[in-house]
Design a protein around this ligand. Structure first.
Ligand SMILES: Nc1ncnc2c1ncn2[C@@H]1O[C@H](COP(=O)(O)OP(=O)(O)OP(=O)(O)O)[C@@H](O)[C@H]1O
Length: 413
């Protein structure tokens, strides 16, 4: 797929941007801090409804304005769809598909598939499990958009069950200690908790089954990507680590296990079992200790965990492999996602640079940012936009300063 047209209004440092793009490579070049990443971030937002840099939407709205807009026309196998999102300060966001409002913004997920590789990605290897869960869930919803609703339901139940564990903690503690002779208050809190256990296990099992399937499908692409980036290094592998602990048979964490039709029902039953095992601990601590929100994606180099042991270069290769593996998986599903590379060539050594360039040159559309054009491998430097921020009476605003291109034989756009 590729983005044919793209526009922004009051998004980060852009007050207005309207660009026609085409398949192949496009490079945004400009000094540091002038607004290049903001362009990729906006496209990433249309793809995932989140930013790779911040966890809330407020910083995406241009300072001094209350509303931001991002829209793109996406061409996938000859079929065109337009998606846009309006971010409104203090209110729910609005999204449209072909200019018709959607009931929920998440209905646009899956229309624009992107894979973004950015300097922040080192945290996939070195950061907290939350960074890796986010990576998995974004890829999962990009492949299977209905998983966004599963994820939202799970998060809602998790919040409610966590609040119950906190507020009813006292009564539940008494029940947990004294069992059947509990007070009325305690017994009703415990009954309520059991209802929430059921909801948590039902949604959690679907999310867990989705992630296990994803890791199964992704593992060979990840291993292959790492091999091509660092052939002399130990082999890279991934493995899902579930907080269901010993309630989950070990073969479920083995990425080579073929997921089965009845996995969700089995996982739901195991989930409920682990909740009963952990009941008193959860009540004691007042937090939800079981579920996909506590899981992790283990990254291994040979027999060693990458986190804490991988060198700087190995960590970069692993992070890049996670992205290139995601790209290869989405491609294997049937359509190239838009590949976005945010100022990463300067960080890579010569071999990794050319390995990345080999993948990029072959992708349907690649959008690249760079502070200096020399950082971009020559074979990727096709259409080039200059980006510069200027001080105006409306604040510091990013602008496209120039466009240069090496036109392909057919003349391009
Ligand atoms: N909400 C906002 N409103 C206005 N300007 C913003 C907002 N958020 C960020 N900016 C501005 O955007 C600029 C940063 O843009 P961006 O991150 O795209 O830079 P960049 O060109 O990619 O830089 P680098 O090469 O260092 O990565 C900064 O000048 C910052 O002040």
């Amino acid at each position: 797929m590729f983005v044919r047209a793209f526009s922004l209004r009051d998004f980060r440092s852009w007050d207005a941007l309207s660009l026609d793009l085409r398949p192949g490579c496009t490079v945004f070049v400009g000094p540091n801090g002038h607004g290049k990443t903001n362009v990729l971030e906006a496209l990433g937002y249309l793809s995932t409804l989140s930013s790779h840099r911040v966890s809330s939407d407020a910083p995406l709205i241009r300072t001094g304005t209350g509303q931001a807009f991002a829209g793109a026309t996406v061409v996938n196998a000859g079929r065109e769809l337009t998606v846009d999102v309006e971010l409104i300060e203090g209110k729910s966001n609005k999204a449209r598909i072909n200019r018709s409002p959607t009931r929920r913004p998440r209905e646009i997920l899956g229309i624009l598939q992107t894979v973004l590789f950015a300097p922040e990605d080192l945290s996939l290897v070195r950061g907290d499990p939350g960074d890796r869960r986010r990576y998995l869930d974004e890829l999962l919803t990009s492949r299977i958009p209905r998983m966004a609703a599963v994820r939202a339901d799970y998060d809602r139940v998790l919040r409610q069950r966590s609040a119950l564990l906190k507020t009813a903690g006292g009564a539940l503690r008494r029940v947990s200690r004294s069992g059947a002779s509990a007070s009325e208050d305690g017994a009703s809190a415990l009954a309520t908790l059991e209802v929430w256990d059921g909801h948590l296990a039902a949604h959690g099992a679907q999310l867990l089954a989705g992630r296990l399937q994803l890791v199964h499908d992704l593992a060979p692409h990840l291993a292959e990507s790492y091999r091509s980036l660092a052939p002399e290094s130990r082999p890279a592998s991934i493995r899902y680590r579930s907080s269901l602990g010993s309630s989950l048979p070990p073969e479920f964490s083995d990425p080579s296990r073929n997921p089965a039709q009845d996995d969700v029902a089995f996982l739901e039953e195991r989930f409920l079992h682990e909740l009963s095992v952990m009941r008193s601990k959860e009540i004691e601590r007042g937090v939800c200790l079981v579920g996909p929100h506590r899981d992790d994606l283990e990254l291994q180099l040979g027999d060693t965990p990458a986190k804490g042991f991988a060198s700087h270069g190995e960590s970069w290769s692993f992070a890049l492999s996670l992205r290139l593996g995601a790209f290869a998986l989405l491609r294997a599903d049937g359509s190239d996602p838009v590949l976005m590379l945010d100022d990463v060539f300067a960080e890579l050594d010569r071999r990794r640079r050319s390995a990345l360039a080999r993948v990029a040159v072959d992708a349907e559309q690649v959008l690249i940012t760079a502070a200096v054009p020399e950082d971009v491998p020559a074979e990727l430097d096709a259409v080039r936009f200059g980006v510069e921020a200027r001080d105006t009476d409306r604040g510091r605003i990013s602008q496209i300063t120039d466009k240069s291109e090496e036109l392909p034989d057919d003349g391009g756009s």
